[in-house]
Design a protein around this ligand. Structure first.
Ligand code: CAA
Ligand code: NAD
Length: 287
């Protein structure tokens, strides 16, 4: 199977930025696109910071960091035509089914890329693929975990029409990026968020019902269950907006009210408290 030499990442947020960094470090040329120029600048700044830190810690030579940076091109979304030159596209935009379907409909026209992968946390791959029409066999779920440079897993999810060739190339790319691909079926939230997100949601209910203070809920789960982060800290880290989107997909897809997002979680999102990315969610963070 031919090696994958270049990819396009659409969405330069925390996930798209992380995917681009890991791919570039693995020797793959990357173009990263975002609808908002501010997001592109932020992504570039974060890459500079993380690569400089890796050099300081002796994990990478300055030459390798410079080479990785040189492999990344930063572009506004207006340049969707660059996608046509790439073998492999990874979408990492907002967790909204309609916005993703619109993008995949455009991508199916804009590119002959062999693979159109989505980093969705929970949305049906089959539904996203349907928007790509004849290209549905080239659409697949390639679910990375946050922070991408640290987390080993890529959950690989086939839609109804996904071809074997698409699956094998996706597994090959994940492996080339130093990740461990593990398959899951196309059900709401797949495995990871079917299990993780209700736990996070329950922590919000525990807070709302006064079972304990947020810091104590987290401390109990960290020290009592050996989780690296408490569930409320993890929700801030993921993004509270993303958590609500995922719970909505679970509640609708599994048709069960026990998956409804906790009102307190929704209220924080309504207030613009999205977690780390806005500086405040459950907890407050410095700039
Ligand atoms: N980006 C890149 N690297 C990061 C990072 C980031 N945002 N945050 C931490 N790191 C790196 C650090 O540079 C450090 O690297 P070195 O060991 O090479 O020095 C390493 O991670 C450890 O960092 P720290 O010592 O600062 O902190 P820590 O030991 O507390 O670890 C953590 C931080 C790795 C984030 C850890 O707290 C953790 O594993 N948390 C849980 C993360 C998790 O559950 N992720 C899954 C979220 S769910 C998801 O992704 C799916 C979805 O669809 C929502
Ligand atoms: P984020 O909010 O950090 O970034 C999303 C980026 O997409 C933003 O920069 C935004 O400007 C851009 N964007 C939005 N609509 C766009 C469009 N139509 N075209 C181009 N760019 C657009 O979000 P994130 O946390 O990086 O999540 C991205 C995707 O990855 C979501 O599907 C999410 O569910 C999934 N995911 C998130 C995590 C996590 O822990 N945050 C983990 C795994 C998967």
């Amino acid at each position: 199977m031919a090696e994958i030499r270049s990819i396009v990442v659409i969405g330069a947020g925390q996930m798209g930025g992380g995917i681009a960094q890991v791919a570039a470090t693995a020797g793959i040329a990357v173009k990263v696109l975002d609808a908002f120029p501010g997001a592109i600048d932020k992504c570039r700044g974060l890459h500079d910071k993380l690569l400089a830190r890796a050099v300081e810690k002796g994990k990478m030579t300055q030459g390798d960091a410079d080479a990785a940076k040189g492999r990344i091109g930063y572009l506004p979304i207006a340049s969707l035509d660059v996608v046509s030159e790439s073998d492999f596209v990874i979408e990492a935009i907002v967790e909204d089914a309609k916005v993703k379907r619109d993008l995949f409909a455009q991508l199916a026209n804009a590119t002959r890329a062999q693979i159109l992968a989505t980093n969705t946390s929970s949305i049906s791959i089959t539904e996203i693929a349907a928007a790509a029409g004849d290209a549905a066999d080239r659409v697949i779920g390639m679910h990375f975990f946050n922070p991408v440079p640290v987390m080993k897993l890529v959950e690989v999810i086939k839609g109804l029409a996904t071809s074997e060739k698409t699956t094998l190339r996706t597994i090959a790319l994940a492996t080339a990026m130093g990740k461990t691909p593990v398959p899951a079926n196309d059900r709401p939230g797949f495995v990871s968020n079917r299990v993780l997100m209700p736990l996070i949601n329950e922590a919000f209910y525990a807070w709302m019902e006064g079972v304990a203070e947020p810091a104590h809920i987290d401390e109990i789960m960290k020290l009592g269950c050996n989780h690296p982060m408490g569930p409320l800290r993890l929700a801030d880290f993921i993004g509270l907006d993303t958590c609500v989107h995922i719970m909505d997909v679970l509640a609708d897809g599994l048709n069960n009210d026990r998956y409804r997002a906790c009102p307190l979680l929704k209220q924080l999102v309504a207030a613009g408290r999205l977690g780390d990315k806005t500086g405040r969610g459950v907890f407050e963070y410095g700039k």
